[in-house]
Design a protein around this ligand. Structure first.
Ligand code: HEC
Ligand code: HEC
Length: 465
């Protein structure tokens, strides 16, 4: 479903950061004038509403290379060959299904939209991780014909039960991961593993256009509070810019720009080389991987700069959908409780966007927009329960980036599931909240003490975003 609203032209740039325009007091237009009014299966798949005709054409081209499967080289279609040698999925859309959220595999199946990052202790190049010596920085459970896959992953769950103050019980699932059928021998004994599910990719270009000063101000404001909430910004290497930048994307804010994320995903997840990442992700121990034929008639890179740029542009300009029923009384009560329980300290509602890090892969239409992503883009210690024990840039093994909450209520429409958190362990909004610990422990305790109608209202509010 997709319907237009008549655009009301406002001078949004004149508004102070964090304010909502007078015509939209409830922040219904999550992405300002880029917002689309859409629900249903394609809710995450529309271009920003205010793109020009020419930009829409670029969006459509980028979309086709996001969705279409890459094939093994050599092939007759050199525009799309070069898959692997190792890979997890054959296309971006294979994990970000309908531009949406991945989930853990059904029992007995191999994970696809949940990938496992690998490293060993220490600090690597440009402050990044030290990859696991034999398997690299990510586990690739699939390979092209003639090359060994890295192996298989199995996931088991332990049930944890608890009780709200009113006596109602709840059950959470704590996952554990094991590797087997390893293709290249054992992993390092001190391997660190971080499971990560594919997030919905709406509003990416808006997130990268939030002024850096606003994100640093979030950290300063939190430091002044004097309670447990102490967010910190990540600093990571941005390959397209060739310098360190503030991290914003990924579950640990481990990537600074949509351009880096896209080129990195082509290389790490699909096995497609580019001018940004020119080498296949094979380690020295993986001789069959190193020897496998390359795509595009043996030439590097396997994706040319124009096509890569179009996919980046597509990612940057996918619109966030509007809120649903923001003035419903239950939703309004939930909004009040969200503020009272300090959720909004980390899940900061609003910003006015500035200039993105790589304007040639973005649109002017994304600038100067009042947006409502509900994140501070900072890292927080979320406690032992959620810890992966694996550092990533400046993020330690207990820290995660505050997830943007826009679109969370539409994952069910788009992907037919309600799995949340970095590894998809939560089976809905309330379970996600109940996993909050560490800096968010006080928030969780407030929720445990809420009455059932209050808890339902809080969830209803989050689902309206
Ligand atoms: C194997 C599954 C998989 C494939 C294929 C994949 N992604 Fe992702 N994507 C992920 C995961 C998992 C994350 C989170 C990564 C992290 O936290 O380190 C992610 C993160 C992202 C993000 C940042 C989202 C956010 O909220 O911060 C963008 C943008 C993105 N991917 C775009 C792409 C593009 C473009 C492609 C194709 C070139 C692609 N992805 C292919 C799994 C995948
Ligand atoms: C200290 C900062 C902090 C506070 C306070 C906080 N959160 Fe979060 N929230 C996070 C972080 C960080 C994550 C990501 C954790 C992960 O994936 O392991 C998250 C994840 C979530 C998710 C899952 C989002 C997704 O896309 O998977 C929901 C829902 C959520 N928070 C709601 C809330 C609510 C409601 C409150 C208040 C009761 C709250 N949060 C308080 C930091 C915070």
């Amino acid at each position: 479903m997709y319907f237009h609203r008549s655009a009301i032209v406002l001078s949004l740039l004149a508004l102070p950061a964090g304010a909502t325009p007078a015509d939209d007091p409830l922040g219904e237009k999550t992405g300002g004038e880029t917002t689309v009014f859409a629900t249903g299966r394609n809710a995450f798949s529309f271009p920003a509403a205010n793109l020009s005709e020419e930009e829409r054409t670029r969006f459509v081209i980028g979309n086709s290379f996001f969705k279409r499967n890459w094939v093994q080289a050599p092939a007759s279609t050199t525009a799309r060959d070069g898959l692997g040698p190792h890979f997890i999925a054959r296309s971006c859309g294979g994990c970000h299904l309908n531009d949406g959220r991945g989930e853990p595999p059904a029992p007995g199946n191999q994970p696809v939209s949940l990938l496992l990052r690998l490293s060993i202790p220490g600090i690597g190049a440009q402050g990044g991780v030290v990859p696991e010596p034999t398997y690299g920085d990510q586990f690739n459970n699939f390979a092209v014909r003639g090359v060994k896959p890295e192996g298989k992953v199995s996931i088991s769950y332990r049930e944890i039960t608890g009780r709200f103050a009113d006596g109602e019980t709840y059950t959470l699932l704590a996952p554990a991961y094991a590797f087997h059928d390893l293709g290249y021998g054992p992993m390092a004994k001190d391997v660190l593993v971080s499971p990560r599910v594919a997030p919905q990719v709406i509003g990416m270009g808006l997130l990268e256009a939030i002024p850096e000063a606003e994100i640093l101000a979030n950290a300063r404001d939190q430091a002044r509070r004097g309670d447990a909430i102490q967010g910190v910004a990540n600093q990571v290497w941005d390959a397209p810019a060739g310098r360190m930048m503030l991290g914003r994307l990924g579950w640990k804010a481990n990537v600074a720009s949509v351009a880096h994320q896209t080129a990195g995903a082509f290389n790490g997840d699909i096995g497609i080389t580019s001018s940004v990442f020119a080498d296949e992700a094979c380690t020295a121990a993986q001789k069959d991987c190193l020897a496998a034929p390359r795509g595009a008639k043996g030439m590097a890179p396997e994706i040319d700069d124009k096509t890569l740029g179009d996919v980046i542009f597509y990612q940057a300009t996918l619109a966030p959908p509007a809120r649903r029923a923001p003035s419903d009384p239950g939703v309004l009560l939930g909004q009040k409780l969200f503020t009272e329980a300090q959720c909004a300290v980390c899940h900061r509602p609003s910003y006015v966007t500035g200039v993105p890090p790589h304007p040639r892969f973005s649109s002017k239409a994304l600038q100067g927009q009042t947006i409502h992503p509900y994140t501070d883009l900072l890292l927080h210690d979320m406690g032992e329960g959620l810890a992966d024990g694996r550092p990533d840039g400046k993020a330690n093994g207990h820290q995660w980036r505050t997830s943007p909450l826009w679109g969370v209520g539409l994952i069910q429409d788009v992907n037919g599931h309600t799995r949340l958190l970095h590894d998809g362990r939560a089976r809905g909004v309330m379970e996600a909240i109940l996993w909050h610990g560490g800096e968010a422990e006080a928030s969780r305790e407030r929720v445990l003490k809420m009455s059932k109608p209050e808890r339902e209202a809080l969830v209803k509010f989050v689902e309206s975003l």
